[in-house]
Design a protein around this ligand. Structure first.
Ligand SMILES: [Zn+2]
Length: 499
């Protein structure tokens, strides 16, 4: 298992406790018995090192072996980079949950160390601006990215005067500033700079044109926001506070000759195409993949954005859609394999969602292509136990109209038990979801179970909006976009609710 070492503390006389970050299991706090005596075995394991680790999981977790894969040595060539990397490591360690997969956080941490690992000691990483970029990308990965371009209360494009509200989730503009009595007045220039820091890759933070006076304001804004969402980080702040005098001495920003900012376009969506809606968690995924399908990515209004490709010779049924425009709802439509051996009819599957920004990572996905027989059986079961009067899919090209299904699983459902999913379909009708228990069986329940699975039947084709309701009957301000294909199955697996 690949792991970053984020923290280490000596324990008793010879032992050491280390905090590891892994993609599979999130944060792991493990003991290295006799660490100082066994330099040979663990000598290469240090801060800012990516290592292959083997754990002894019987009893309290202990580190058995560690083989360094990459040491980001360039970080230590410069005291500012060392401070930034330490800050990033502390924040990542604080944000990571124990025993909870964290692939995005892992990749962000890797991108962070990589961006600071440069051979040139004079290389401009952007100093405190880099810290803001990292904080924003971390908040994005955690699903709590602050709204910077739109007013967090009304969704309109933010215009001066602007305020900053942690509880509202970012910028408040105009009269909306009154929504939160703790709204902090901020300058639009600082908001613009933060927006650029968010969108620029960490490697390019040196090109963000921060003006001298803007850092203090940005720092205070982000301090409250990160404090609220990531948690207490006194230890992390200590690294940055030590850096401030160093940065003020060396802070020279080149304002002329800077290339004008070009929004990134290289957004990527990728994943396996499977023939089952319930992929197993063990390593047998490849046996369930579908060969010979076609796939294209469309925008909300049906414009072809990009044709899918299979980029890996070794993983024939792994799809990639690239490049996609940032911050756009993307719908992937799969066509059935051209020469399906058993002449099975397949149901077109749509996966939709909002793509992330360059180096903010789109999750590796799982897409599904079902045989019509499977889909028909599955829907019949659902209708029998839920509501037989709801139109099911016809899968008959002669019949028009209702019939689309949306099914899915909310990835952070344990935090949103009892919340309700409603889909407003292309005909403007609201249809409530049915939910399952942790065994996947339909339940009578009035909201999401901790499992988070749900299905919505009888949807008209076209763009659709997914509305999430709280148990008290109010609805979340944020909704999710999708698109329902006629007699299709829309897969919504793996999206997170952000309240
Ligand atoms: Zn507003």
């Amino acid at each position: 298992m690949k792991a970053f070492l984020l923290r280490q503390t000596n324990y008793r006389d010879a032992d050491r406790i280390v905090t590891l970050l892994t993609a599979e299991s999130g944060r792991l706090d493990v003991k290295i018995p006799r660490a100082r005596a066994s330099r040979k075995r663990f000598g290469g394991l240090d801060l800012f090192v990516l290592a292959n680790v083997v754990l002894e999981t019987r009893g309290a977790p202990r580190l058995k072996e560690a083989a360094p894969l990459r040491s980001f040595d360039g970080i230590r060539l410069d005291v500012v980079r060392l401070g930034l990397a330490s800050y990033a490591a502390e924040l990542a360690a604080t944000a990571a949950q124990a025993d909870h997969p964290a692939p995005d956080l892992f990749r962000l941490t890797e991108a962070a160390f990589d961006s600071l690992d440069v051979a040139d000691a004079e290389f401009d990483v952007g100093g405190l601006g880099w810290a803001r970029g990292f904080e924003l990308k971390l908040l994005h990965v955690l699903g709590v990215r602050p709204s910077l371009r739109q007013c967090a209360a009304c969704g309109e494009p933010a215009g001066a005067p602007v305020g900053w509200s942690v509880s509202a989730g970012g910028v408040l503009s105009g009269d909306c500033r009154q929504e939160d009595r703790l709204t902090q007045s901020v300058s639009p220039a600082v908001i613009a700079r933060l927006d650029e820091a968010l969108r620029r890759p960490l490697k390019e933070q040196g090109a963000v044109a921060w003006a001298r006076g803007e850092h203090r304001e940005a720092r205070s804004m982000m301090r409250t926001f990160v404090g609220e969402h990531v948690g207490i980080r006194e230890r992390a702040l200590a690294f940055l506070d030590q850096m401030v005098p160093l940065l003020l001495v060396g802070l020279v920003f080149v304002l002329s000759g800077c290339p004008s900012y070009v929004p990134p376009e290289d957004v990527r969506l990728q994943g396996w195409l499977l023939n089952t809606p319930t992929p197993p968690e063990d390593g047998t995924l490849e046996a369930l993949t579908v060969s010979g399908a076609t796939a294209d990515a469309y925008s909300d209004n049906g414009t072809l954005l990009v044709e899918g490709a299979n980029p890996f010779a070794d993983f024939a049924n792994y799809w990639r859609f690239d490049p996609l425009p940032p911050e756009t709802a993307v719908h992937v439509v799969f066509g059935p394999p051209e020469a399906a051996e058993d002449e099975v009819d397949y149901v077109t599957t749509v996966l939709s969602g909002r793509t992330a920004l360059e180096d903010l990572f789109v999750d590796d996905g799982t897409f599904h292509l079902w045989s019509r027989a499977d889909a028909t059986n599955w829907v019949a079961q659902w209708r029998a136990v839920t509501d037989p009067t709801i139109p099911g899919p016809t899968f008959d090209p002669e019949l028009e109209g209702e019939g689309g299904i949306a099914y899915g699983q909310v990835s952070n459902a344990a935090d949103y038990e009892g919340y309700r999913i409603v889909v407003r379909d292309g005909a403007g009708l609201d249809r409530g979801a049915f939910y399952t228990d942790d065994e996947g069986a339909p339940i009578e329940g009035e909201g999401l179970s901790a499992e988070g699975t749900f299905v919505v039947l009888g949807l008209s084709p076209g763009p659709a909006e997914i509305i999430v309701g709280r148990p008290d009957g109010s609805t979340l301000e944020r909704s999710f976009a999708t698109r329902v294909e006629e007699d299709g199955v829309t897969s919504l697996v793996g999206f997170a609710i952000v309240d």
